[in-house]
Design a protein around this ligand. Structure first.
Ligand SMILES: Cc1cc2nc3c(=O)[nH]c(=O)nc-3n(C[C@H](O)[C@H](O)[C@H](O)COP(=O)(O)OP(=O)(O)OC[C@H]3O[C@@H](n4cnc5c(N)ncnc54)[C@H](O)[C@@H]3O)c2cc1C
Length: 458
């Protein structure tokens, strides 16, 4: 068991934790990053499965994610664009399959008008409320105590319009059923991407990927940190008082002046805090939970859909598989599709045995892209809910009413302990970009406090 003295101990070597460590070290402080897994990157993870390189976790970058884009430049990592030429596929609730281009689904004129109206309302609210402090807005309580599902049905009686907009935010983003989180939470998600329109804009949505995979961001930073990163060392106990912390992990004990909990909020309770955290944190952390989505990867000898003039982008809100995209790797002759099975649909799929689940998922994908979809050469399901050190996908959010009730306190340090996670970000909320921003902002807060206390002591 190593015993280490450092200025700052960081719990979690995901994007947020490693970015905090990078900035603190660059400013002259000493750091140790303790990571539970045998790898860095957290929810970004690139692996080779049956000969295919797959991005099991977070991968896409949109142009507005400037913190991440700037970091990629600093680290010398290259990006490539998602293939999106050709027509997209929409499977309507009645099972009708149609082709379309642009961002609007081929729905009836009335439904289209309703969708545009709902998008307008969401855009206005996102602009007015913003992502930084949604809990501080005068309408925060009103919007946080109604579910997204019920709020939209108060605004419109067009079920298909409500379901389609709800699908982007619920199954597509927060990966929880639309009845389980609030309209305010949905507005935060939209505001964190600039606007709701940005979330549905084909040119912005899922624009680029890192050549070699998003995990390279963490691997490159960790390589520069060297022995300051300790793997396979979950932190079990965090002893703290106003003067500092002692982090007890499986392979190292670190004494430090500050700690950063760079893990998703649903995992805070895996650490025994001594003394226990204050009442407010105990309550708040019980209202933050991970969503659930199965990210399905299907690799084919060739991207057959392209020959048929299709982009590979498919939306089918009522099928088991709600979204499909062309996810072919950079300069790879093989074709890869990625598909998403969210929330309650994922529950239903996990109730099946693996063979039946694969058959049902591929059959649903084939409804959009035809029978060739049924025979991939590689098939893999990302199952983050089974990962002890994550427990779901994509990220965590508050349950109904939690955002306005607790949000203002989510970043308040407890003594020397700070909180950093993509799931607490404003811009880039629940995304890799948000993890970069949170890591850097937390490092800056500690540096400010440290400078102030050095000044006070002088
Ligand atoms: C399937 C999937 C697809 C996604 N797609 C995208 C996408 O396309 N684009 C995008 O921008 N985002 C996407 N995301 C979200 C994105 O990956 C995350 O928002 C981001 O990576 C989170 O970074 P983080 O550092 O905040 O947390 P994490 O990456 O979760 O890092 C936390 C780290 O803490 C470690 N840890 C936990 N508990 C302890 C402990 N007690 N002691 C020590 N270590 C501990 C964990 O092992 C982990 O390494 C996706 C996520 C998933 C799961």
């Amino acid at each position: 068991m190593k015993s280490i003295e450092r200025d700052v101990v960081i719990i979690g070597a995901g994007t947020a934790g490693l970015n905090a460590a990078r900035d603190l070290k660059a400013a002259g402080l000493t750091v140790a990053v303790l990571e539970a897994r045998d790898r860095v990157g957290g929810r970004t993870w690139t692996s080779t499965i049956d000969g295919a390189m797959l991005e099991i976790g977070g991968q896409w970058i949109s142009p507005d994610q400037t913190a991440l884009k700037g970091l990629l430049g600093e680290l010398g990592l290259e990006t490539f664009s998602r293939y999106r030429e050709g027509q997209s596929v929409y499977v309507a609730p009645d099972g009708t399959r149609s082709l379309y281009t642009g961002e609007m689904f081929p729905v009836s004129e009335r439904t289209e008008a309703e969708m545009r109206r709902l998008i307008g309302i969401l855009d206005e609210l996102a602009a007015e409320i913003g992502a930084a402090e949604p809990w501080a807005h005068p309408r925060a309580r009103e919007l946080d105590t109604v579910s997204l599902h019920h709020w939209m049905r108060q605004l419109s009686d067009d079920e298909e319009a409500c379901a389609n907009i709800g699908h982007f935010l619920a199954g597509g983003m927060l990966t929880k059923p639309a009845h389980s989180f609030s309209a305010l939470q949905a507005v935060l998600m939209a505001a964190s991407a600039g606007s709701f329109s940005n979330l549905v804009d084909e040119d912005l949505l899922l624009d680029q990927r890192v050549v070699g995979g998003m995990q390279l961001v963490s691997e490159t930073i960790a390589a520069a940190l060297g022995d300051d990163v300790v793997l396979e060392s979950p932190v079990r106990t965090l002893r703290w008082d106003e003067n500092g912390v002692t982090a007890v992990s499986d392979r190292a004990t670190v004494n430090a002046r500050y700690a950063i909990m760079a893990v998703p909020p649903n995992l805070y309770s895996r650490v025994s805090f001594d003394p226990p955290l204050p009442r407010r944190q105990h309550q708040m952390h019980q209202h933050q939970s991970l969503g659930l989505v199965i990210k399905v990867h299907a690799v084919y000898e060739a991207p057959f859909w392209r020959e048929e003039g299709l982009s590979g982008t498919c939306f089918s809100p009522d099928l088991v598989v709600q979204e499909i995209y062309d996810n072919t790797n950079h300069e790879d002759p093989r074709g890869t599709l990625v598909a998403f099975v969210p929330d309650e649909k994922a529950d239903a799929m996990f109730a099946l045995d693996a063979g039946e689940r694969r058959r049902v998922i591929l059959s649903a994908m084939a409804e959009s892209l035809g029978p060739k979809t049924l025979e991939p050469v590689v098939y893999y399901e990302s199952d983050w809910a089974s990962e002890e050190w994550t427990r779901g996908a994509f990220a965590s959010s508050y349950d109904l009413g939690g955002l306005h009730r607790y949000g203002a306190d989510q970043l308040t340090p407890v003594g020397p302990i700070y909180w950093a996670s993509s799931d607490l970000a404003a811009e880039g909320y629940q995304h890799v970009d948000g993890a970069v921003r949170m890591g850097r902002a937390t490092a800056a807060r500690i540096l400010d406090r440290d400078a102030a206390s050095t000044e006070a002591a002088a």
